[in-house]
Design a protein around this ligand. Structure first.
Ligand SMILES: [Zn+2]
Length: 288
């Protein structure tokens, strides 16, 4: 079975090892919050793939000590089990997103990751940039939107009457990439950037067929090999790549035509030219 881009992103997100217990609970909370049946009477978590199913079962057992019956969805109906869950998340956690249930500064992001795995969708590279959380109600959509706004994002809200849901959506390459990074989908974010950059490089090459071709093709060649190296580096597992290399990778991909001096200035705080060169060399080494 061929997976869609959304499905691949969700699979990657499920496979991230969550270190803190508070964050594991936040993942489940996000997933429940995006589920249609999440009330004091019952909780139902649909799992649209065996991987998600397995991941949810393991977390439910680990976090709440609840072993759900086998099947395509996880159901909690026993009052004592519901008491345990709402005892930890807050008695009104299904109506109002309870930030007191968050235990560390990563929890908000992992909550959004859980919500995305339940109800999210993102277009594949090459199509228009669109990422959406398809929430089960207006109220939940607004609260998901508010939480993600805390990261400096400005989502749109749209009614989806056909599916009786409300969408929290992002358009444009930067917004979509940023949301993917917030929820931990680094590889997908870079895949989108890579696709964009290769399009731009091809466009430049075509436009410059008749101008100073030698010089431009030299810059383009260098950028292209760096970008390919970045792709290989990320394919080997973005979680293990040092943060400063990811930063430089991102700046390079977003600015394919920039010179070393320009790249240096684009870092925050700015680097020296040789500092950038050193990091790009490390990326090449990493990739090989
Ligand atoms: Zn946490």
């Amino acid at each position: 079975m061929k997976r869609s881009f959304s499905q691949r992103v969700k699979l990657d997100l499920c496979n991230i090892t969550i270190k803190n217990n508070c964050c594991r609970r936040s993942f489940l909370y996000g997933y429940m919050f995006a589920s249609r049946v999440f009330s004091r009477e019952a909780i139902e978590m649909r799992a649209d793939s065996p991987d998600t199913n397995r991941c949810l079962r393991a977390l439910m057992d680990d976090v709440f000590g609840i072993v759900c019956e086998d099947g395509p969805k996880l159901t909690v109906k026993i009052p004592s089990e519901l008491d345990r869950i709402f005892g930890e998340l807050g008695e009104n956690a299904h109506n109002t997103l309870n930030k007191d249930a968050f235990g560390c500064e990563l929890c908000r992001q992992v909550f959004l990751r859980g919500a995305f795995v339940e109800c999210g969708t993102v277009n594949a590279p090459g199509r228009s940039y669109h990422l959406e959380f398809i929430a089960p109600s207006d109220g939940r959509a607004e609260q998901i939107a508010e939480l993600i706004a805390e990261f400096g994002m400005t989502p749109g809200i749209v009614d989806r009457p056909a599916s009786n849901s409300t969408g929290v959506y992002f358009k444009g390459s930067e917004a979509v990439e940023d949301v993917l990074q917030i929820i931990g989908a680094q590889k997908a974010a870079f895949e989108l950037m890579n696709a964009k950059i290769l399009r731009e490089l091809r466009g430049n090459a075509n436009r410059c067929a008749n101008c100073d071709a030698a010089n431009i093709s030299k810059t383009v060649d260098a950028a292209q090999s760096q970008i390919e190296a970045i792709g290989r580096m990320l394919a080997s597992g973005a979680e293990d790549v040092p943060a400063e290399l990811l930063e430089t990778a991102k700046v390079r991909i977003e600015n394919p035509n920039a010179t070393l001096a320009e790249l240096a200035a684009l870092h925050d705080p700015p680097l020296t030219k040789s500092g950038v060169k050193h990091r790009l060399d490390r990326i090449l080494k990493y990739a090989n």
